[in-house]
Design a protein around this ligand. Structure first.
Ligand SMILES: [Zn+2]
Ligand SMILES: [Zn+2]
Length: 393
């Protein structure tokens, strides 16, 4: 049976997958600079007969790899991320994502001659930067794909249904007028005060927004010297919400706060939305159920997320709005550890991290086989996706 065979296959290549995950961990590469990681993945896929294209969607480190065995049926994509974070390396565990996706793709490939449809491995760069998946969606790479899936390591929870927030980045600049801050302050217009007023306006607004929404910012430029009235000041904000429409409403409210600050101080405002925005995440219920069943079948226990936990944003949101998708999590450490921390980085090369990566490779491969071989399941997946996307329109 193909399902037992893929479990054995992943166990058989365990040491290769662990070696690749640890090698990436020791050699972290930042967004769009994942040269060695993407090369290694591409080479392993080529060795197993995949037809590999590098440099997809205008990104040098993107990979599109088709398995040559094709027949009538759905096209299933397994997604890999491999970018690290500045200074703290693989503190999001994308090395484990890459190794699990490779393991799943090779395992399905090992039985692909005997099952219908098509299998694609997609290497998606720069999740931590501007989101390579967004460029891949825009380049039409998902146009012929019926379902997409990947795994992400987590701190203390194993599940499929976690939300991802829509995210829009805005940059705010104020131009005022320099003057001696003590001898002639009345001749100046203080751009830093306009930034501070913007923060105050946003902080006052916080009480009246949906509790799952997030607005958080930094001051990029706040003047040059205390004895000069700042003539230029700038800030950046991330605005996040559970749904895309509410996120754009919040961006308008942030704009109003900045306009109010400009009016109050006399500074001139420039308000920029940085494209592209990360979209909110849809989780395909039937793909999720299949993944959970497969996790249970391989003995990986589900662990619920603690009540009141916050959520981040990912470019898988943009993918999930064009094709049915899942982005399940498997725990690699305890819940008191934060993502993007040094402790999480350690967990990404620990025994527990390796085990989660192996479980993910198996469950992804098994779910891909379910989707390729069970046309009733694929019909339910498509119907659920159509219903969900017509609701969000
Ligand atoms: Zn991540
Ligand atoms: Zn991250």
């Amino acid at each position: 049976m193909p399902k037992e065979e893929v479990i054995d296959y992943v166990d058989g290549i365990r040491s290769l997958l662990v070696e690749i995950a640890d090698w990436m961990h020791k050699n972290p590469e930042l967004a769009f600079k994942e040269i060695e990681a993407s090369r290694r993945l591409a080479e392993e896929l080529e060795k197993s007969g995949f037809d590999v294209t590098r440099g997809a969607a205008g990104m040098e480190t993107a990979i599109v790899a088709h398995h040559p065995s094709t027949s009538k049926g759905p096209t299933i994509a397994i997604l890999a991320e491999y970018d690290a974070l500045p200074e703290i390396g693989h503190a999001c565990g994308h090395n484990l994502i890459a190794a699990s996706a490779l393991g799943a793709a090779l395992a399905v490939a090992s039985v692909k001659e005997r099952i219908p449809g098509r299998l694609v491995f997609l290497g998606t760069p720069a999740e931590e930067d501007i989101g390579g998946k967004i460029a891949m969606v825009e380049a039409g790479i998902f146009d012929n794909i019926d379902a997409a899936m990947m795994f992400h390591p987590s701190a203390g929870y194993t599940l499929v249904g976690r939300k991802g927030l829509a995210l829009t980045e805005v940059k705010i600049e104020f131009h005022g007028k320099a003057a001696h801050a003590s001898a002639s302050p009345e001749k100046g217009i203080n751009a830093l005060d306009a930034v501070i007023q913007t923060f105050n306006g946003i902080n006052a607004m916080r009480q009246h927004i949906q509790s799952s929404a997030r607005i958080h910012g930094i001051i990029d430029h706040g003047g040059v010297k205390p004895n000069i009235v700042p003539e230029f000041a700038a800030a950046s904000f991330y605005v996040r919400a559970e749904d895309d429409h509410y996120c754009s409403k919040l961006v308008d409210k942030v704009r109003k706060c900045a306009e109010g600050a400009a009016l109050a101080t006399g500074a001139t405002l420039s308000f920029k939305i940085i494209e592209p925005s990360y979209k909110s995440r849809l989780m395909n219920k039937y793909m999720g159920e299949a993944f959970v069943k497969n996790l249970e079948a391989i003995g990986e226990p589900l662990i619920p997320i603690p009540e009141g936990s916050g959520a981040g944003s990912s470019d898988i949101g943009n993918v999930s709005q064009v094709v049915p998708a899942i982005h399940p999590y498997i725990s690699i450490c305890d819940n008191d550890i934060a993502g993007h921390s040094q402790e999480f980085e350690k967990a990404a090369s620990s025994e527990r991290g390796h085990q989660a990566m192996i479980s993910a490779a198996k469950a992804l491969a098994l779910t891909a086989i379910d989707l390729l071989t069970d046309s009733n399941l694929m019909d339910r997946v498509r119907k659920e996706f159509e219903d969900a996307t017509s609701r969000t329109r």
